[in-house]
Design a protein around this ligand. Sequence first.
Ligand SMILES: *Cc1c(COP(=O)(O)O)cnc(C)c1O
Length: 438
Amino acid sequence: MTGGRLYARDAAALSDLQKLRFFPQEVTRGAGCHLYDSEGREFLDLAASWGAASLGYAHPEWVSRVYEALRTQAGATGLSSAIAPAVELGERLLRITPGGHDRCVWLGHSGSDANETVARSVVAATGRPRIISFIGAYHGGTEGSMAVSAHPVQAHAARDGGVTAVPFPDPLRPFAADPSGAALLEHIAGLLRTTSPGDEVAAFFIEPVQADGGLLIPPAGFLKGLAALCAKYGILTVCDEVKVGLGRTGRMHAFEHDDWTPDIVVFGKGLGGGIPVSAAVGPKAILNHATAFSMQTTHGNPISASAALAVLDVIERDGLAENAARSGSRLIACLRAALHGNFHVGDIRGRGLAIGIELVDEKGGAAALLARRAVYRAWEHGVIAYYVGTGSNVIELTPPLILSERQAENGATILAQAIDDACSGRVDDTKVAAFGGW
Ligand SMILES: *Cc1c(COP(=O)(O)O)cnc(C)c1O
């Protein structure tokens, strides 16, 4: 693996603790769906910086809103005064997020701090000590958000004795060989009757599409059934929309596909379009539990809030959820056509512009090396994508929501060729050795 001077300086100066799929790529500029390196090479970014660049790079509308917020800087913290853009963002999120009447919004910097805050608040406010989440879930990289996650990459994390993890429905490897999810629901119901008594459980953390776990899409009716089960015991449902929310799946909220309404919704990544901002929307009884209970100095700052307002404006004004549905279907159709007959492609699935390509070996097991080779090959040919999954074998596509159908077709062509190259041994394994991890 080779990289230029900037890459070497990064490796010398910046910590490995926050590196994941560290490509020999040097990014000096971005525009629309593209990133550019120091030599002016153009890359079509089908990852959108792990979903954060929801509007693509340097979207003019977003740039001018953020610039205006900087120019007129209305303070730097929401802790001790009412900041106009933060209030507007709170009102806006309440308006676009369905739910009961007595709700409010907590504003943070990242999916991690928002999930951690929710986990802390639900336990404190309800007095119930337990939380349930899914195996394969990724809810963040801070201690409290890691504690409610159950992704193998975080097997080193401090565990919280009150957290129980249950399997997530996996289309290729269904629990108890029941693809409908009914057997899994019955299993969870059994836990609530026995070892995780329902009246001791404060909340159930749910990714509506389990992204880092392998872009897993629950079977129809599963989440609705789960929400009904939770309601029976007064367990709060927490929907983590950090990666797949806000238009990405073709609807404003990913949970809308499954006909249920969460009690608490968490937003992050794409909410800021590249500027750190997150939000939790939920009952006042939980999110107003106490003052000064979960805060950081620049939470609610006007720059982050304005970035989020610009993102929400552009998503609504330009119909980006509809665009995600259209371009996502195109992307999936092109990938399926191009990869038809490649037996290493176990599944191509998605909702809108949240897409997973699962690579398998001869026995149907996870083929992590193929995923690693394929994303490297794609990068060599100008397309950026990363891979996820508890078996590190699912190529994840979360492009900017502005991706055109034409760009979807071009991206699919290059990616499919890269996957074919990976499967037929045309990629140098010494070059991909550095992309391990989940
Ligand atoms: C990325 C992610 C998080 C954590 O967000 P950060 O911005 O990395 O703190 C939480 N939940 C999900 C589903 C995510 O994909």
